[in-house]
Design a protein around this ligand. Structure first.
Ligand code: HEC
Length: 147
């Protein structure tokens, strides 16, 4: 019993320390929590006028040409502390959770693809986003007004 309690205490501390130091882990969901959720939220809702929502929105980008590259090249993704492999795993889980229909038909993100996207960081996020949303046939101005 005592050993179990101690193990649990240690595990709690490991969790707390990981959160404090934000060290990448081998748990994909935890990496999302540590490196993305602070801005986009656990449920991908974003922060009004600050951070775009991912839930129900990511699929729009993934459905149009250039959108797949766009979502890898935005600063929060390309500048992430996560390495290419861990980031690819997070992006695949993000796609499955927040854009399940797109995720079901697309090829998974790969570490190589992330690596290449990181060589081409995005300048002019707004312009590119507007073009993609127009291509997706949605009201880009209304979406832009959210943030
Ligand atoms: C510091 C806050 C922050 C963090 C951390 C962050 N993001 Fe973002 N993210 C943003 C903002 C702000 C934008 C809008 C892009 C811009 O205007 O520069 C964005 C854009 C995006 C987009 C494109 C969606 C759109 O509508 O523009 C995706 C996909 C995305 N982030 C995923 C992630 C993932 C996955 C992570 C974790 C690896 C992450 N972000 C970490 C703030 C953040």
């Amino acid at each position: 019993m005592r050993a179990l309690g101690l193990a649990a205490l240690l595990l709690t501390w490991v969790g707390v320390l990981a959160a404090l130091e934000r060290k990448p882990t081998d748990d994909v969901a935890q990496n999302y929590t540590l490196f993305c959720a602070g801005c986009h939220g656990e449920s991908g809702r974003g922060l009004p006028h600050k951070v775009p929502r991912l839930a129900g929105r990511l699929g729009l980008y993934l459905g149009v040409p250039g959108g797949r590259e766009f979502v890898l090249r935005v600063p929060g993704v390309s500048n992430s502390q996560l390495d290419d492999g861990r980031l690819a795993a997070v992006m695949n889980q993000v796609a499955q959770r927040f854009a399940p229909e797109a995720a079901a038909t697309m090829a998974p993100f790969t570490a190589d693809e992330i690596h290449r996207a990181r060589q081409r960081p995005l300048v002019g996020v707004e312009v590119e986003r507007t073009q993609l949303l127009r291509a997706a046939g949605v009201d880009a101005a209304a979406i832009a007004a959210e943030y």
